[in-house]
Design a protein around this ligand. Structure first.
Ligand SMILES: NC(=O)c1ccc[n+]([C@@H]2O[C@H](COP(=O)([O-])OP(=O)(O)OC[C@H]3O[C@@H](n4cnc5c(N)ncnc54)[C@H](OP(=O)(O)O)[C@@H]3O)[C@@H](O)[C@H]2O)c1
Length: 268
């Protein structure tokens, strides 16, 4: 239930989870600034151009928002990029692009918004991570590493910002049906790659899972509840029970048994 209208900045608002969340939050009466590189059409929120990989672009977008409103209450760091491929054949360039977006991108936006939050003496940062952050998935080693980094960064930020009345948490979605499949970077395999057969099978499975997954509105609804929670938890998993359960299974099962189950799941 909406208790108070908030000014919200959400990154990655041109597609998928970000687009759905921006539209949903706007429909609930919040003033939403949705940021991305490409401009979405026919949306009910205010769009700002922002490339999270550019400090200048982030600063200019935040200035643009501040020129229109005197405050920002909530920052949702959602912009993100997938990457699939065997680690051995993943180039530095791909790794840099993913970390520059999924980890440094979040840091850049935080660096621009935290001073505003500190001045206001309140703020809420919600990072969109992934259930996959808690485990290395085959052929998604860099993506899962970037989300694991985001998870620990969330925990550090939470402690550092507590004294300024800034709350920090992360949402870990399971598979959600978005455009992440078509936007995902894919490593170029060598012609004689020893991974070709297994990778192509697992890659197909990853794409299928996302195509048949839940709609992004489930994340939007969860986020709306979280931003109204007076004392939010540090991490929220959202998605099918089986996927949420893997977070606990990873902790309680013997490590090699968990690995065996994952490999069985991916037919490896
Ligand atoms: N879908 C899933 O199954 C799933 C599961 C767990 C976690 N997630 C996470 O959820 C978040 C959203 O993903 P999605 O599934 O909604 O994917 P998506 O449909 O591909 O949307 C990704 C969004 O990120 C934006 N983006 C990418 N690079 C950017 C950059 N350099 N600067 C600004 N914006 C950028 C894109 O906008 P532009 O290209 O227009 O800039 C787009 O709006 C990601 O962090 C993803 O890792 C997704």
């Amino acid at each position: 239930m909406l208790t108070k209208s908030k000014v919200i900045l959400i990154t990655g608002a041109s597609s998928g989870i970000g687009l759905s969340t921006a539209q949903y939050l706007a429909s609930k009466g919040h003033r939403v600034f949705g940021a991305s590189r490409s401009q979405p059409e026919n949306v009910t929120f205010e769009w700002v151009c922002m490339d999270v990989t550019s400090e200048e672009s982030v600063k200019s977008a935040v200035q643009q928002i501040l020129a229109q409103t005197s405050q920002i209450d909530v920052l949702i760091n959602n912009a993100g990029l997938g990457l699939a491929g065997p680690l051995e054949e993943t180039t530095d360039e791909l790794v840099n692009t993913v970390f520059n977006t999924n980890v440094l991108g979040v840091l850049r936006v935080c660096r621009s918004v935290i001073p505003i939050f500190r001045k206001q003496r309140h703020g809420f940062i919600l990072n969109i991570s992934s259930i996959a952050s808690g485990m290395g998935l085959p052929f998604r080693g860099i993506y899962t590493a970037s989300k694991a980094a985001l998870e620990t960064m969330t925990e550090s930020l939470s402690m550092e910002l507590k004294e300024f009345n800034i709350q920090v948490c992360s949402v870990l979605p399971g598979d959600i049906s978005t455009n992440i499949n078509s936007h995902r970077l894919v490593a170029n395999l060598r012609e004689d790659s020893v991974y070709a057969a297994k990778f192509s099978k697992v890659h197909r499975q990853i794409n299928d899972e996302v195509s048949h997954a839940a709609q992004p509105i489930i994340i939007a609804r969860a986020i709306e509840k979280i931003i109204h929670t007076p004392k939010p938890r540090l991490h929220y998993t959202v998605g099918p029970i089986v996927q949420r359960a893997t977070v606990w299974l990873r902790i309680i099962l013997p490590q090699r048994f968990f690995e065996f189950l994952l490999m069985r799941f991916y037919g490896m």
